[in-house]
Write a protein that binds this ligand. Structure first.
Ligand code: PLP
Length: 465
């Protein structure tokens, strides 16, 4: 039991702490209840330390002095967004861990109010949520029919559950892929109820391998885009057209998990050609699945397009109710489809970044480096190679320019923990800030963040020396 001289007695009361100027300001900002709870938490923490006898009198004095600041810091970190905005200076445009395609600064105004989500205004009664977007998707892709779900994993799951549950689906061993974000094709297939029949070898699969595997139980042939890797060297896969001809001769469909959703010829941006969804359909695929937040440049979504015979039943499957997109995704998708339809790709943030002339990136990099140098940060510029990412064109690069900084890992950490956080790319002995994935409007904030991080490190080194 603490006696008269117990250090516990010297702890301030809740009310005294609430009277401290910074804590009082916090009450105005976050409300009394929230702040009182945080004050109690801080006092409880300190009390526990005192009870354990872990602090002497002098140290306790300092702890008490630091309490108001600690309380405000804790409140601020609780109030920070769970998913903070980040400056993506990695040069990877579709970075799965940074939210893939950016959606732009203005959420469509329609989201602020009610909207005709599944309401037939003409007839004045309940409508079908997916019908309006299905028509627009089909038009933009150039496909007879389309369905949209929550993500591409859901699209593959729904396609197979609808057409292959309890039956066999043939996949080449070279395509049994795992993609960042824990998409494993064999696991998704198992969840759909389809039985996987593997054919061929990792590096080579022939038409005859598929042919030999087709039997009574076969529901479909599935081709998966290898996405984030390439098998090079002694390799073989039959052409899509050959596979389609084989499947159709045997009365089964050919499905493709294309993944990236290329709608335009990527050579326009200096990238290697990637068959577009339309070209895959033309080659004979009956249904093609892809993500909404990769090359489409839209919200998270999974899209299935193709022959109505194989696509339309998806919209009636009970699983659709569990996979249906929410209104924010539908409205964002509608807007991005309009930009594709009218060819105004500049309205899609991904294509604004991809389409920035490399000379403009060089100018921005130079300017940024110059301003950083003025602020005492030793920065230089160098040409860089950016990438699409997101499992698209794994080896292809997009020319870019970067600001190079010394300090590597330490600076990278400070930048990640800064406000706003900046994620760069470590390359050999320097930290690169690749401007291909940075919006021009972010340059000034990036400069401040780098300066603050660099000065923070300098100060701590001087303090420690
Ligand atoms: C990206 C990708 C997926 C996963 O898509 P999500 O939208 O993240 O669910 C599946 N298959 C392929 C081939 C992909 O490229």
């Amino acid at each position: 039991m603490p006696g008269m001289g117990s250090p516990l007695r010297s702890l301030p009361s809740v009310n005294r702490l609430l009277g401290e100027a910074v804590v009082a300001a916090a009450v105005d900002r976050w409300g009394r209840e929230t702040v009182v709870a945080e004050v109690r938490r801080a006092l409880d923490g300190l009390r526990a330390v005192v009870r354990d006898g872990r602090v002497d009198g002098e140290r306790l004095g300092r702890e008490i002095e630091a309490l108001p600041g600690r309380i405000v810091d804790a409140l601020a970190s609780r109030a920070a967004p769970a998913y903070p905005a980040v400056i993506n200076a990695t040069g990877v445009l579709l970075h799965t861990n940074l939210g893939r395609a950016p959606l732009g600064p203005e959420p469509p105004a329609r989201l602020a109010s009610y909207l005709a989500l599944e309401y037939d205004l003409e007839a004045g009664r309940r409508g079908q949520r997916l019908d309006p977007i299905r028509g627009r998707l089909a038009e933009v892709v150039g496909a007879p029919s389309a369905v949209m779900v929550n993500n591409n994993a859901g699209a593959v799951l729904l396609l197979l559950a609808t057409h292959a549950s309890g039956r066999e689906v043939i996949v080449s061993r070279g395509q049994l892929i795992e993609i960042g974000g824990s998409f494993r094709l064999p696991d998704v297939m198992a969840a759909s109820g389809a039985r996987l029949v593997e054919v061929g070898c990792t590096n080579r699969t022939h038409l005859a391998d598929y042919e030999a595997a087709i039997g009574e139980e076969t529901a479909a042939i599935l081709v998966a885009h290898p996405s984030n890797y390439r098998i090079v060297g002694f390799t073989a896969e039959p052409a899509l057209g050959e596979l389609a001809a084989l499947a159709h001769a045997r009365g089964i469909p050919l499905f493709m998990d294309q993944g990236s959703g290329a709608l335009h010829d990527l050579r326009r941006w200096g990238l290697p050609h990637e068959p577009t969804v339309r070209e895959i359909l033309d080659a004979g695929a009956d249904a093609v699945c892809f993500s909404g937040d990769k090359l489409l440049g839209g919200p998270q979504a999974g899209i299935v397009v193709g022959d109505p015979r194989w696509v339309d039943p998806l919209a009636r499957h009970p699983m659709l109710r569990a996979l249906r997109p929410d209104k924010t995704a539908l409205v964002h998708m509608d807007r991005v489809l309009e930009a594709h339809r009218t060819g105004r790709l500049d309205e899609i943030p991904l294509y604004r970044l991809l389409g920035t002339p490399v000379e403009a990136l060089r100018r921005r990099a130079r300017r940024l480096a110059r301003r950083l140098a003025t602020a005492g940060v030793p920065a230089s510029v160098e040409p860089s190679s950016a990438a699409l990412g997101g499992g698209t064109t794994p080896e292809a690069t997009v020319p870019s320019w970067a600001v190079a900084l010394p300090g590597e890992a330490e600076l990278a950490t400070a930048l990640r923990r800064g406000s706003p956080p900046v994620v760069g790319r470590l390359h050999e002995d320097r930290l690169l800030l690749d401007l291909r994935s940075v919006f021009p409007g972010e340059d000034a904030v990036l400069e401040q963040a780098v300066t603050a991080a660099y000065q923070g490190i300098q100060a701590s080194q001087e303090g420690g020396a």
